[in-house]
Ligand binder design. Sequence first.
Ligand code: PEP
Length: 247
Amino acid sequence: MRRRVVAANWKMHGSTATIERLLKELQPLRVPQIDVVLLPPIAYLSDVVAHLRGSSIRVGAQNVHPEPEGAYTGEVSAEMVKDLGATCVLVGHSERRRLFGEGDEVIARKFVAALRAGLEPILCVGETLAEREAGEAEKVVTAQLDAVVGVAGVGALKNAMIAYEPVWAIGTGRSATPSDAQGMHRTIRERIRALDPAIADGVRILYGGSINAGNAASLFAGADVDGGLVGGASLNAGQFMEICRAA
Ligand code: PEP
C-alpha cells in the first residue's frame, strides 16, 4: 500500500506576510494518513521550516543546482537545501524545462544531486499539447523517465517520487481526465516494472495540472495515482486542505 502524498508548489509567489498567513490558515489541517509537502520559494524556505518544526508537514525546494558548491552565482545546491531543513525537491518541472532550457541531461544530474544530498527528488514529466495531439504523449513521458533512470539507475526510484504533469494542464484550469491521468500513470509504472517490479510497486506517482477541490477526488481515484502536485490551488488554504482530505 503506497502512502499518498499531496505537494504544494507555490512557485514564485508570496511574501513574508502572505506566507505567514497561509501557514496560519493551514494549521487546522490534520491528515495523518498522507504526506503533505510544501514547496515554497527558496527565499522563504527557512521561515517555513522554522514554522513547521514539530509538525509532520514536509518542506521542499523547487529547484537545485547539480553541483554541491562552486562558482555558480545565484544558484543553490541540494546540500544547502538539505542544510536548511528541507527533505525533498522538485526536479524537471515543465517551467524549468521550458523557461530555463533544462534538458534531460541536466535534469538527470539534478536528480542525482538531490539523492547525493539526502533529499527525495520529485521528478516531473509530461508532454505538451502538440505532443499529445501528435499521439506522442507516452513516447515523450517515457523518454523523460528513461533519461533519468538511465543515469541514476532504477534503484534510485526507491527514494524518489514521480509527478506526471501534462504541460497543457498546468495553470490552465484544464486538468487531464481521471482516465487519461490513470492511463499515463499506469504506463509509467509498467515502464518501471519492466526493470524492477518491487520498485514499480513502491514508487509514488503524483498527478499535477489544474487540480482543485472539485476534481481532486476523481483524479485520485485512479489505482496508479498516489496523490497530487498542486500549483495554483495550493495558494488557497481552504482549497489545499480540501485536496489533502480528498487524498
Ligand atoms: C504545477 O505547477 O506543478 C501545477 C500543477 O500547477 P497548477 O496546479 O496551477 O496547474
